[in-house]
Each structure stands twice: as structure tokens, then as C-alpha cells.
Design a protein around this ligand. Structure first.
Ligand code: HEM
Length: 523
């Protein structure tokens, strides 16, 4: 009997103390100004899940601002989902440049992107990464490559993009009112074809004049993977791995889309290898041909890829380059078109600059040379400003190899993951000033009219240090050509009632697309 009384007494005390701690926790939560409450056992996961589908980037930006630049995101205690989240430029400088050797992509990142990038450059570290970087860099800077890219771009714009837009304009003139074009979809298809032309050497026709005819499923598969993979960032690895094993939910989508892509890419690799010895094939400048030719010449200098590359490593290489170029450029273009359409003063200034610097030669798709391109300073500033507010790759992840201390004073243990929010960095008052939320291209231009240099660790959209983006200068060249030609020839107005907001994805796309009315510009 006394034992029974003792047990009842202990149970009573346990429930009273549990009740008191819950009451205290809720009271603390109510008085706390933090946007993410840390719950017992599940950590901050409920707050992340609540915000993940509505305003993931805004939520993280709020947390980063509240914490003064860096905070620890606590996941559930059983899930290994803790991250140090930061938007502090000094931390970026430390991790990406000064102590570069201590930070890799980490096992979790590799697992997340395994079936997509495989051993491709963005998913590798060490020797394999160094070798691929040096090779891709030499191809991109090879004599004639830039011209080749600009020629293929010109060809696709004139042959397809302008005709698609002309169609949209003439339909309006014939009286079919309210014809709206989803420009996000158009530029995404256009960029996919464009990148394929210089990575694979042919145009797969994802954007074609009669878009009803485009049955090409590979481009769609790319888009679907990108949407689905964000889920792997949010839930514990064991959960998405379980779903992957049994083909459930977004994991089913990823495996179906990867299959479609693999069929296409392996087929391209096989055909390319077979045709390599045909006359003039060696002269082709697309990156896949250049890679195969370099293999033949025995230029491999690495254990990883000595001799002829396997079909798998070629597939990984081309997939990675298409992914690196397509989404980044199409995201920048979409946000830029929206920002210009909603800022008439900026639109007016850019048209004045194009007229002044190219003497109006852009009517139709005319090539502009490098000198003319360099003179388009305001356009350059518009691109930087778009990237600042809407970075195509909003996050960057790194994992510590050994213990370390960040300049912000945060102790980093071996294996800790650090998530850089590039989106938040673009909206920090400490970096950009009080008007950081405004779209203001002028902030990039000095009083003398030249571009202001912002250190790469403050503007890490192309990353900083030894792993900075290999496609940066190619991207500016292409974007300047596409934007100047498009804006000079067409006027883009927002469709009525269109709400533009970011979609929570690994790439910063727009949730509801970008519906616009297109008309020919009267110049
Ligand atoms: C607006 C356009 C672009 C932006 C904002 C951008 C941004 C980035 C970022 C943030 C990274 C670092 C990724 C990581 O380490 O996880 C990166 C890497 C890379 N980018 Fe870009 N990129 C752009 C366009 C391109 C284009 C057109 C190419 C085409 C060749 C390209 C090729 C690469 C490659 C090969 C890497 C890997 C570099 C390495 O790991 O050493 N990028 N880019």
C-alpha cells in the first residue's frame, strides 16, 4: 500500500511539473519577439514547416535580422537537422575564401543531389573538383567560344523567341483580347534550348514557334526535379530516404523525372561519341565535344578521370552544366522583366541608354559587339540589382571539416552545416543601407558614371573564393544581349491581378508564373 501511495504521489508531482513547464513555455513563447520558437523535442521544425510553403525566404530573413546576422536553427533532437544560418559577409569571406580548405559540401548535400549531379563539379570536392574546374574553365575561355555562344543565342532569339513573342502581339492586334504570355515559362524553355546548344551542340526545341507542338518532356523533368528537391532540405534525411526507397510523394516525382532525363542524356552522349570522328566534328565548340576531344588527346591528369571518361561521368558533367546555366539565367531574366515592368522610371532610363550606346541598331535581333555591351552600364546595374533582391540560388550550404570559429563568434564543430542565405544578404541594411528593400539600380553606379565594385563576399550571388561561378562573365554577356534586344523591341506589361512571389524551391522561381501582355514597341 505505501508503495502504491508513493507511485501515485510521484505521478501527481510529475504531471504538475509537466503542466507548469508547458505553461511557462507558452508564456515565454508569447513574450518572445523571435519568429521561430524552439519547442521541446521538435526544435524549430514547426515554424519552418509553417513557413516553408508560404514565405520561406522572408521567414529566414526575419530570423537572420532578429539575431544580428547569424543564428542556430535547431531541428528535432532525433533528426540531425541543426544548421548555423548566416548572412554575415565576414562569415562568407571566412568560409568561402580565408578558410576555404576547412569547408566542403558535406555528405548530406552529396546524398541530396546524388542521382542528379552524380560526380559533377557542383557535387564534388578535392581532386575530382579541381580537375573538372580546370577543364571547364579552359573550355569556357577557349578562343572563339564566346562568339560561338553569342551566335547560337542570336540564332535561337531570331528563329524562335521573337517569333513566339510576335505571335502573342499579333493575336492581340487581331482582337483576341487578354492574350497573356507566361514569360517565366517562355524564358525557362528558351534558356534550356540555349544552354543545350552550347553544352550539347544542338537545339532540343523545348521552346518552339507553335508551343502546342513541344512534346519535349526533358525540360519539364528538369523543372519538376528542382521543385521537388527542396523537400529534401526541409525534412530529416531518414524520412526522404524512406520515401525514396518506397517511391512516395515528391520522391516518386524525382525518380520519374530523373529517368526521363537520363534516357535523353545517355542517348546524347552515345551519339556524340559515335559521331566524334566524322569530318569537322572535332572543330565543334560545344562543351561535350571539347571534353571528348580532350580525353582523346590524353589531357586527363587525374586518377578520377584518367583516360576516356565513362558515359556516367559525361552524363553528370553535362547535366550539371545545363542545370548551372539554365535555371540561374532564366530566373534572373524573369525577375528582371517583372522589376522593369513595374518600375517605369527604370524602363525609361534603360531605353535611353540603349538608344544612346547602340544608336538604335537593336531593332530586330542585331548583334552588338563587346565594346557596345561594356558601355551599357545602367543595364549592368539593373542586372546586379535584380540579382541582389532575387538571387537565382538563394542558399549556399557548407559543412565544416574540422572545428573552427566564425568571425561572428560562433563556434563551429566538425560536421556542422552552415547555411548562407544569399536572399537575406541582399536585404541587409548593414550591407546595402536603409533603402535595401528598394529596387534601385543607381546604387551600383558611381558619380562618375562607372560601375561600383562590391566585394564578392558582400554580394555572394556568384559565390566568392576558389569556387566562384565559372559562368559569371558569360552570364552577364548573355543577359545584356537578351535584355537589351527584348526591351528595345517589345513592351512587357503585367497581366491584371497577377501576384508575383517566390516559390519555395532550390532556385528562386515565381510561384504563379509571370503572366504578361506583350506588345511591339513603337521606336
Ligand atoms: C545569373 C547567373 C548565375 C548565377 C547567379 C550563378 C551562381 C553560381 C553559384 C552561387 C555557384 C556556387 C554553387 C555551389 O558551389 O554550390 C555557381 C557555381 C558554378 N556555376 Fe554558376 N551561376 C550563374 C550562371 C552560370 C552559367 C551560365 C554557367 C555555365 C557554364 C555556370 C557555371 C557554374 C559552374 C561550372 C559552377 C561550379 C563552380 C565550382 O564548383 O567550382 N554558372 N554558380
Amino acid at each position: 500500500m505505501p508503495i502504491m501511495i508513493t507511485i501515485l504521489l510521484l505521478a501527481f508531482l510529475f504531471f504538475v511539473s509537466l503542466w507548469l513547464s508547458i505553461v511557462a513555455f507558452i508564456a515565454k513563447k508569447k513574450s518572445s519577439s523571435s519568429s521561430a520558437v524552439e519547442w521541446p523535442v521538435v526544435g524549430m521544425l514547426p515554424a519552418l514547416l509553417c513557413n516553408a510553403t508560404t514565405n520561406l525566404h522572408g521567414f529566414i530573413t526575419r530570423l537572420v535580422k532578429e539575431s544580428g546576422g547569424t543564428f542556430l536553427f535547431k531541428g528535432p533532437c532525433f533528426a540531425n537537422l541543426d544548421f548555423v544560418v548566416t548572412s554575415d559577409p565576414m562569415n562568407a569571406h571566412h568560409v568561402f575564401s580565408k578558410n576555404f580548405a576547412n569547408y566542403g559540401k558535406g555528405e548530406d548535400f552529396k546524398a541530396m543531389f546524388e542521382e542528379l549531379f552524380g560526380e559533377g563539379i557542383v557535387n564534388s570536392d578535392g581532386e575530382s573538383w579541381r580537375f573538372q574546374r580546370q577543364r571547364i574553365h579552359s573550355f569556357l575561355t577557349k578562343d572563339g567560344f564566346e562568339n560561338y555562344v553569342m551566335r547560337t543565342l542570336h540564332q535561337k532569339m531570331e528563329g524562335t523567341l521573337f517569333r513566339v513573342l510576335d505571335d502573342a502581339c499579333s493575336t492581340r492586334r487581331l482582337g483576341t483580347v487578354h492574350v497573356e504570355v507566361d514569360m517565366q515559362d517562355v524564358v525557362s524553355r528558351f534558356m534550356f534550348d540555349n544552354i543545350c546548344m552550347w553544352v550539347l551542340g544542338f537545339d532540343p526545341g523545348y521552346l518552339c514557334v507553335d508551343r502546342q507542338l513541344s512534346t519535349f518532356s526533358c525540360g519539364k523533368a528538369f523543372d519538376e526535379i528542382e521543385e521537388a528537391v527542396i523537400y529534401r532540405h526541409i525534412v530529416p534525411r531518414s524520412i526522404w530516404e524512406f520515401q525514396k526507397r518506397f517511391g512516395i510523394g515528391s520522391e516518386k516525382k524525382i525518380s520519374q523525372s530523373t529517368k526521363v532525363l537520363d534516357e535523353f542524356l545517355y542517348d546524347v552522349v552515345k551519339t556524340k561519341k559515335q559521331e566524334l570522328h566524322k569530318e569537322e566534328q572535332h572543330q565543334q565548340l560545344d562543351l561535350l565535344t571539347q571534353w571528348l576531344v580532350a580525353d582523346e588527346k590524353g589531357e586527363s591528369s587525374d586518377k578520377f578521370l584518367r583516360g576516356e571518361s565513362s558515359d556516367k561521368s559525361l552524363r553528370d558533367m553535362v547535366f550539371t552544366l545545363i542545370a548551372a546555366g539554365k535555371d540561374t539565367l532564366s530566373s534572373t531574366l524573369s525577375w528582371l522583366l517583372w522589376l522593369v515592368a513595374t518600375h517605369p522610371d527604370v524602363e525609361k532610363k534603360i531605353l535611353e541608354e540603349i538608344e544612346r550606346e547602340t544608336e538604335g541598331r537593336l531593332l530586330g535581333v542585331f548583334m552588338i559587339d563587346k565594346d557596345e555591351m561594356n558601355r551599357l552600364v545602367y543595364l549592368h546595374a539593373i542586372i546586379c540589382e535584380t540579382l541582389r533582391l532575387y538571387p537565382p540560388a538563394p542558399f549556399e550550404l557548407r559543412c565544416a571539416i574540422e572545428d573552427d570559429m566564425l568571425p561572428s563568434g560562433h563556434l563551429i564543430h566538425k560536421g556542422t552545416r552552415i547555411l548562407f542565405s544569399i536572399y537575406s544578404m541582399g536585404r541587409m541594411e548593414e550591407i546595402w543601407g536603409k533603402d535595401c528593400m528598394e529596387f534601385k539600380p543607381e546604387r551600383w553606379i558611381s558619380e562618375q558614371g562607372s560601375l561600383i565594385h562590391i566585394p564578392s563576399y558582400k554580394f555572394i550571388n556568384f559565390l566568392a573564393g576558389p569556387r566562384y561561378c565559372l559562368g559569371k562573365s558569360l552570364s552577364f554577356m548573355q543577359l545584356k544581349f537578351i535584355v537589351s534586344t527584348l526591351l528595345w523591341n517589345y513592351k512587357f506589361d503585367m497581366a491584371e491581378g497577377q501576384i508575383v512571389k517566390p516559390f519555395p524551391s532550390t532556385m528562386l522561381t515565381m510561384e504563379n508564373g509571370l503572366k504578361m501582355r506583350v506588345s511591339k514597341r513603337d521606336v
